[in-house]
Design a protein around this ligand. Structure first.
Ligand code: PEP
Length: 254
């Protein structure tokens, strides 16, 4: 099955509103001729609405980096799926390694957030990936399978079909060390095999599996050339509109 590539920008805790709008203004002319792939940006909560407005009609989707699993109520500091949709978000990250390993989110917390996104009408981008010690111990497939099992617990294939998965080896995120296209493709095949086993072939074949970890204009084309890699989740190299457009193949590499 041919899956359209998706290039997603994770801005993490970067960019003020004016900078997000300036990014949109810089990106628009670069993608005016069409990009040949789907584009998505995850800004901070504050920038979701202004960025969605600034990108309206451009075809670029906007998502949030986190959500809480309850709909409303006494949960100080939290933001629900309904609030994100109201602000213009169509997607949300769940299980990003910084939330797992810096903030301390467990597999159970990630699952609750994933399910809240599914139930709240957002497209979740579920991040999975092993740490360096886990890879050195040869446990990367076991770790990713554990994360997938926990995340999709109790959910039918119909929900999985509306999910994007991002394989992000923790040792490659923000380190400048990317997985080789072969390493990434091997894990993507393992993830798709897991999905086939857990759900069914049609569901598994329809789900986009992105790679994330130090993707940049210099290595994007090699990664995207692999059929197994349905797109990229990009952190640092997505902060600049030209760099993001170059990763998407619509502007010369910077
Ligand atoms: C990320 O934050 O999801 C990521 C992949 O970051 P970077 O591209 O900076 O490694």
């Amino acid at each position: 099955m041919r899956r359209r590539k998706l290039i997603a920008a994770n801005w993490k805790m970067n960019k003020r509103v004016s900078e997000a709008v300036a990014f949109a203004d810089a990106l628009r002319p670069l993608i005016a001729g069409g990009s040949g792939c789907d584009l998505l940006v995850f800004p901070s909560f504050f920038c979701v609405r202004p960025l969605a407005d600034a990108l309206a009609g451009s075809g670029v989707a906007v998502g949030a980096q986190d959500l809480f699993w309850e709909k409303d109520g006494a949960y100080t500091g939290e933001v629900s799926a309904a609030m994100l949709r109201d602000a213009g978000a169509s997607h949300v990250l769940a299980g990003h390694s910084e939330r797992r390993h810096v903030i301390g989110e467990t597999d159970v917390v990630v699952a609750r957030k994933l399910h809240a996104a599914m139930d709240g009408g957002l497209t979740p981008v579920l991040c999975v990936g092993e740490t360096l010690p886990e890879r050195e111990a040869g446990r990367q497939r076991e770790v990713v399978a554990r994360q997938l099992t926990a995340a999709f617990a109790g959910r039918p294939g119909g929900d999985a079909a509306r999910t994007v998965i991002a394989y992000e080896p923790v040792w490659a995120i923000g380190t400048g060390k990317n997985a080789t296209p072969d390493d990434a493709a091997a894990m993507h095949r393992a993830i798709r095999a897991w999905l086939r086993e857990r759900f069914d072939g049609k569901t598994a074949d329809g789900i986009r599996i992105l790679y994330g970890g130090s993707a940049k204009p210099e290595n994007a084309a090699d990664l995207l050339a692999r059929d197994e890699i349905d797109g990229l989740l990009v952190g640092g190299a997505s902060l600049d509109a030209r760099s993001f457009a170059a990763i998407a193949g619509v502007a010369p590499a910077v």
